[in-house]
Design a protein around this ligand. Structure first.
Ligand code: HSE
Length: 300
């Protein structure tokens, strides 16, 4: 086995009313440098990574071993250097990125030759919903749905926009953020919520970001229930809007928020909102169009 690198992007799910369905890949990455070894060795380059107890129990190694076992293969020992720019428990898809990295690792070292569809199905089964997984794997803006285990998805071109994220110092676990959601919705709420989502997609497909921004801020599926868990929710939305953003929503289950803004305006919005929110890191990101990439350019 020659050394190789796996690079997996972060993602932002939901985009307002696209709850559990829409997602966007972002240009911050989880990177693995893999090389052959007699025993498992994991070297963590610690920014944004949990403390490591035992190499063989590393989350990514466990995912890779489970995937290999489904194809009756034994995952061979490797040396794995892990680098991550993706903050944990912030609504930027870190768990989806780790799951996809584990699947890519098993695919490469065991020669499984998995198709994109198989990777999507496996990763979604582990994660529970495809909204972060699909863009993380495929790149770009992906809308997906799962019905009785069957996943349908479509990748749409995203109109040109700057993307600004506001990442708070404190994390929020997805489990806690899902607990506050209602079990059921009244018919008129569900109808309005899906109508908002329909117009949002139409607006994005027509590059009408003014309309898209309006729709994304009117979500009825999750934002009304999660707002109180998100530090600075109203302030960030208001200040970003006043600085020219099209719209600002919770990224995934939060607590990061994300704005879409006219091209070239992102930096001034990030500086303005960042100066008012000292407990947040405000940054301009790019959309990643490559998705998960495995190549032989290891620098380890
Ligand atoms: N769609 C998911 C949620 C994303 O909002 O709970 C986080 O996994």
């Amino acid at each position: 086995m020659k050394p190789f690198r796996i690079r997996v992007p972060a993602s932002s799910a939901n985009i307002g009313p696209g709850f559990d369905s829409m997602g966007l890949a972002l240009n911050i990455y989880l990177t693995l440098d893999i090389s052959p070894s007699d025993k498992w060795e994991v070297e963590q380059h610690p920014q944004h990574l949990p403390e490591l107890a035992n190499a063989e129990e590393h989350f990514i190694v466990q995912i890779a071993r489970d995937i290999a076992a489904r194809w009756n293969e034994v995952l061979p020992a490797c040396k794995m250097a892990v680098y991550s720019d993706i903050p944990l428990a912030r609504g930027l898809g870190s768990s989806a990125s780790a799951i996809v990295a584990g699947i890519e690792l098993a695919d490469k070292v065991c020669d499984l030759a998995l198709s994109s569809e198989q990777k999507l199905e496996l990763a979604t089964e582990i994660e529970g919903h495809p909204d972060n997984i699909a863009p993380t794997l495929m790149g770009g803006f992906v809308i997906s749905t799962i019905t009785s285990g069957e996943i349908d998805w479509i990748q749409l071109p995203m109109p040109e926009a700057d993307v600004v994220v506001y990442i708070p110092d404190e994390g929020l676990m997805t489990k806690a953020a899902r607990k506050v959601l209602p079990e059921t919705y009244k018919r008129e709420t569900a109808t309005s919520a899906s109508a908002l989502s329909n117009v949002l997609i139409g607006a994005l497909a027509s590059s009408d970001f003014e309309l898209a921004g309006k729709m994304m801020e009117r979500d009825l599926f999750h934002e009304p229930y999660r707002a109180e868990l998100i530090p600075g929710y109203e302030d960030i939305k208001r200040e970003a809007k006043e600085s020219g953003a099209y719209g600002t929503v919770i990224s995934g289950s939060g607590p990061t928020m994300i704005s879409f803004a006219p091209k070239g305006n992102g930096q001034s919005i990030a500086s303005h909102v960042g100066s008012l929110m000292p407990d947040h890191n405000a940054a301009v990101l790019e959309i990643d169009y490559d998705g998960a990439v495995t190549d032989s350019k290891s620098e380890s």
